[in-house]
Design a binder for this molecule. Structure first.
Ligand code: DQA
Length: 145
């Protein structure tokens, strides 16, 4: 069974109560169940994690590199400025790990500072604006390609 890491960055632990008009009503625990059950349908083992720490997120990307795992990543605010996270993500290519960048909202329809992603250029694909459904789309894309 192929294993995929689904990694979530800062403030995504607050899903459900954080700006529900932007991010919806699903909680992190709902997101974890949703990704795990989508993975089970597709025959994939899905390990869903969240951290507010850049250090921890980078370590998880390094783990994916070492174990040659595919990654679904919602880098949250790190999307827009973390060159350290981008450098970690860039490594994934050399281990043939695919990286799908996911956003619950559509950052391009929001404040200007959200329009740039430092991660997208090193991602295999980007999904944004479909709510938590975007995670299922990302898992399906990894499964089907
Ligand atoms: C986000 C969009 C980012 O701009 C924001 O900082 C987040 C969440 C999203 O999922 O829509 O924390 O990545």
């Amino acid at each position: 069974m192929s294993k995929v890491l689904v990694l979530n960055g800062p403030n995504l632990n607050m899903l459900g109560s954080r700006e529900p008009e932007v991010y919806g009503n699903a909680t992190l625990s709902h997101l974890i169940d949703f990704c795990t059950s989508t993975g089970a349908e597709l025959g994939m083992e899905v390990d869903v994690r969240q951290t507010n720490s850049e250090d921890e997120l980078i370590r998880w990307i390094q783990e994916a590199f070492e174990q040659k795992l595919d990654v679904v990543l919602n880098p949250a605010a790190f999307t827009h400025y973390s060159y350290a996270l981008r450098d970690a993500c860039a490594m994934l290519k050399s281990s043939n790990s695919r990286l799908i960048e996911v956003h619950i909202s559509n950052p391009h329809a929001r404040e200007t500072f959200r329009h740039n992603s430092v991660i997208s250029a090193v991602a295999s694909g980007v999904i944004a604006g479909f709510g938590i459904q975007g995670y299922a789309l990302a898992l399906r894309a990894l499964h089907d390609n």
